[in-house]
Design a protein around this ligand. Sequence first.
Ligand code: ZN
Length: 237
Amino acid sequence: MSTTAQLKPTANIGLPLDIVETISANLANFDLHKPAEHDNARIVAGIVVKTYVLAQLQAHENELDANARSILNAYADDFVTFDDLQSNEQQLIQSFPALLDSHITVYKFLAAVFDRTPFASYLTPALFRRVLGKEAGNAFGIWQYPVFIESECLGSSIYPAPSFFNHACEHNIEKRRQGRKMEFVTTRDIDADQELYISYGMFEDLEVHERQKMLFEQWHFKCGCPKCERQLKEIAA
Ligand SMILES: [Zn+2]
């Protein structure tokens, strides 16, 4: 049997014009030079704004209409799930020490951009580190379709709940992007109580050691999936 689970993107909330104008004026004076730093700034900025919106909704919980209440519930659920994700900050900085300077640059940039806005107090070093530590290894790539080995990665997005899918070198579900939605579809029959696995990359046909090296370098874990265990045993025999 094939099943499909759908995940809705979180609703967008418009910002008051005066805040947008302050941010635009701030942006005119500061910039980042590397695309990766822009990406990181965008990720952290998104969470800072959502943290602010969540705090505002929670502060006025008794006055919310049904639409605002549904946004509050969706945000609150996403944040709880996001907080439970593993942070890979230490492994990331150890593997790429230059990232430390880069992250400091991004932090200073965001502090300058949020200056004189309500978001400034929500951008803290703790939140910044938490977001980028959890983004590493948990974000999903958004790939050009159809996906093949030379497809271009258009960006990445954090979908907190499906980040809990573990990897296996023989996956039994796969992600499919539908616009801003991500669907997870079974690729084979699955027994009751069997764990659902996705593949973290397109390298299932590689030799086991090469595959494990890629998984360790990019996702910081030693793969112990049934396929790896079976192939490592065959080599040792
Ligand atoms: Zn494996």
